[in-house]
Design a protein around this ligand. Sequence first.
Ligand code: XMP
Length: 523
Amino acid sequence: RILILDFGSQVTQLIARRVREAHVYCEIHPCDVSDAFVREFAPKGVILSGSHMSAWEESTDRAPQAVFELGVPVLGICYGMQTMAQQLGGRVESGQHREFGYAEVRAHGHTRLLEGIEDFRTPEGHGMLKVWMSHGDKVVEMPPGFRLMASTPSCPMAGMADESRGFYAVQFHPEVTHTVQGKRLLSRFVLDICGCRADWVMGNYIDEAVARIREQVGDQEVILGLSGGVDSSVAGALIHKAIGDQLTCVFVDTGLLRLNEGAQVVETFQAHMGMKLIHVDATRRFMDALAGESDPEAKRKIIGREFVHVFQEEAGRLPRAKWLAQGTIYPDVIESAGAKTGKAKTIKSHHNVGGLPDTLHLQLLEPLRELFKDEVRELGVALGLPREMVYRHPFPGPGLGVRILGEVKAEYADLLRQADAIFIEELRNTKGPDGHSWYDLTSQAFAVFLPVKSVGVMGDGRTYEWVVALRAVQTQDFMTAHWAHLPHELLGRVSNRIINEVRGINRVVYDVSGKPPATIEWE
Ligand code: XMP
């Protein structure tokens, strides 16, 4: 197994992810663990991470000296390279110029780490790597025994190696995808240089996580807010596997969920998985609280607040619960870190159901904190959750509350649910060009209720009814998105069905706006 020592970089988890992708087990621990801890861990290799952007200049954090005395390979990344240089007798200076972003690095010598790994060659025949750099300080003198492994014009020592001891260091970040060959480089390190076997799979992760949860929780009770979304569902299934009936899930029906969602959650978790589930129908309460409010942000706040109240009431009935479980995943961790430094601007205050205040006096249990969405999905399938649930499009915390424009009314929610279900059913049943369904070919698709009436004609009569907009987007990260080019026949069928089957809607429109400038949701 590989030991990753974390010096506080925001991308340390990505190192772990790349190592896991090479099917090698790894653990991340803080950089200030003791020498004894490192020896006892007995890693087959150690990776020293970068440091937090604003901290590296002042940081005096050092790796435990034992790391360099174990006789196993060590890879230093960014700050990890600098501390390695300093601890082994080299010298680091703070740079005049900070270097951020794309860089082309020239490889020197023939090191095992970079052998045969390159993106292109210069006319002079130098092997070059396209990488992502972020540093202010740099190594200016290598420690004894080291040779130059990589350089850029502004960072003459961008990589160094002492192959006799298996010590390697790079100033750039191989863990981020912008470093084209980064994944290969890290897998070369853990497999070929450290000699780890590629035998780690998601099934192992379940065993490890189960053991960790049992150790953390002991015989205490845990409460989880289950939303029916992927993250809380997988967290629930995992914790249930670990501690069974010590877990109670609370599912709050806000009245703003999709068609039959409540019934499905009960069916899956209570009937199928045998979990303890409290199903709270709080529709009335949410509708009353939302009455008269049409501002999107105010609606989000009301929904968030009511959710917390309902959840707190239920938690109050479970006095033995000492833990609050949440389906926080790694991108949430990064996002809230960004929010804390004030870098992220609030476009929409993303209220996630399950984001609860600490007035509950419960300890937090977040077993998915280290995982990325696709890993969470893989884990969900391995835990026996229905594929359809695990690969469902994301659904916002405030639910239909932000898909009914303006004031929310129960009557609108009922119409929207039916229209939305028809759209989703047709997307699932219609195959796209490569044989996948249009549901799988889109990242998110839904109907939006527009509180305007338009004139129509049905049979011999004039109608004057509501409008529904269809939205379907394709995106990698939900930060930018393209509207999906759905076939006209599919759109026509959906429109016909909605207008014929949903009494009260006589017009359907399709949203052809990209993000930016539009957002994915309409509010
Ligand atoms: P936008 O509309 O900002 O959406 O382009 C990007 C992604 O975020 C989801 N979204 C939310 N999720 N609470 C959530 O939990 C919210 O208030 C919220 N608003 C938007 C949206 O569904 C899309 O996936």
